[in-house]
Design a protein around this ligand. Structure first.
Ligand SMILES: Cc1ncc(COP(=O)(O)O)c(C=O)c1O
Length: 424
């Protein structure tokens, strides 16, 4: 045995053995809302109705021989919560069922899921081709760390199919995108990208954080792996951090090994919050989208707004594509960017800050996907650490505000935005 292979590393090298063993497993005939409420639950002998939280780091064995059997692989079962935990499994199973994937692997955060993706599917000499519009930390991870380990990274205009095709290299192993993207809510043509990837033996990895399975299921559109920051809509109330990958058994096997070896595991409490969050996901997303459509209409018609980045706007270049890709009627998501015009005495940045500082209800915070409407100025917060060139590449201008439309009365959200916009 090499030094890097300890006994602990050898245990549970295969995916969670308890994945499909409970009687509450749901077949594919159930509707999405039924799946969201019931899939993945493992009822214990106590007969509890709601999903319990298993706050345990380790698990006991019947005997020394039983322990040895768990470690040498002749017996399967829980060993340690960095590897598997029943509460985490329930969340993974419910999310996998909603995304229509074979498996899900939960992680400590969304960035943990993206790091897991890189460690599982890329190695030195490979090329990662990513969309130019991404969450700032994803770009930071790729440029500052993934590249450090010998992976080539490049970016393309996410809405330009020809650019994607032209940017493929013989060593391209992963195409990575968000759809809708952060912060400009741009849409990628996932059907096209999937064909491109299949023809070139490339994995298509899609961050589905802004759409969630309530709006869009990338695996059905041909993606290989779906990424989530569960921190956002899967929780929906801004309480805990978490992430996940969803895909085939084979791809999730690689992700699982990275997560348990690297300790990127989700906490059981957080998994329980997400499991309960999934029960209302579709209903919340319907309400989020309805509010967002009305807020976008207000912004489009406001004289002090130059651009609204939201595919729900009928003349947005990706309006038709988003309508096709999203399976919820009128569901374009609830995150949008809008650019504030400079005024006679305020430049773009100051005008955007004026709009933000004039709100009384909307929360000034960088999180999103919350019941509470949140807003941020990406150029000085989420995308601040990027170089000016990388910020320009991501389309993050000084007048841009990112808005995550919440579940308050829509008239109150609009009134709060109007306060600053009207007084510019
Ligand atoms: C699209 C997207 N992906 C991933 C992440 C990272 O998720 P987390 O903050 O849970 O690590 C974020 C965070 O805002 C995000 O917006």
């Amino acid at each position: 045995m090499s030094q890097s292979q300890t006994q602990d590393d050898n245990s549970q090298n295969t995916l969670d053995p308890n994945w499909c063993s409970d009687a509450l497993d749901l077949g594919l005939d159930y509707g999405m809302q039924t799946v969201a409420v019931r899939a993945g639950q493992h009822r214990t002998d106590e007969g509890e109705h709601s999903e319990p939280i298993f706050t345990t780091s380790s698990y006991v064995y019947q005997s020394a021989a039983d322990a040895a059997a768990h470690f040498n692989g002749t017996k399967t079962g829980n060993v340690y919560s960095r590897h598997t935990n029943p509460s985490v499994r329930t969340f993974e199973r419910r999310l996998a069922a909603l995304e229509k994937g074979e498996r899900a692997v939960a992680t400590a955060s969304g960035m943990g899921a993206i790091l897991t993706m890189c460690l599982a599917y890329l190695k030195a000499g490979d090329h990662l081709l990513a969309a130019n519009q991404l969450f700032g930390s994803s770009i930071g991870l790729f440029n500052n760390y993934v590249a450090k380990f010998g992976v080539e990274v490049s970016y393309v205009d996410c809405f330009n199919n020809e650019a994607w095709a032209n940017a493929i290299q013989p060593n391209t192993k992963v195409i990575y995108c968000e759809s809708p993207s952060n912060p400009l809510a741009q849409i990628c043509d996932l059907g096209y990208l999937s064909q491109l990837c299949k023809a070139n033996d490339i994995l298509l990895v899609v961050d589905n954080c802004f759409a969630t399975p309530a709006l869009q299921r990338p695996l059905e559109l041909g993606a290989d792996v779906v990424i989530h920051s569960a921190t956002k809509y899967l929780d929906g109330q801004g309480r805990v951090l978490g992430g996940a990958l969803v895909g085939s058994d084979t791809l999730m096997q690689e992700a699982f090994t990275v997560v348990r070896s690297g300790g990127i595991s989700m906490s059981p409490f957080n998994a329980w919050v997400f499991t309960k969050g999934l029960e209302t996901l579709k209903l919340r997303m319907q309400a989020h989208c309805q509010n967002a459509n009305q807020v976008a209409e207000f912004l489009v018609n406001h004289p002090n707004v130059s651009t609204v980045h939201f595919s729900g706007v009928s003349d947005h270049p990706a309006h038709e594509l988003a309508g096709r890709q999203h399976h919820m009627k009128d569901g374009y998501g609830a995150i949008m960017g809008f650019e504030v015009k400079p005024s006679s005495n305020l430049d773009e940045k100051s005008a955007a800050w004026h709009v933000i500082d004039s709100t009384r209800m909307v929360s000034i915070t960088n999180n999103l996907g919350d019941a509470k409407t949140t807003m941020t100025h990406p150029a000085t917060t989420t995308h601040f650490r990027l170089t000016p060139e990388a910020r320009a590449e991501a389309g993050v201008k000084d007048g841009l505000i990112r808005l995550s439309v919440g579940l308050e009365d829509v008239d109150d959200i609009i009134k709060d935005l109007a306060r600053g916009l009207d007084s510019l």
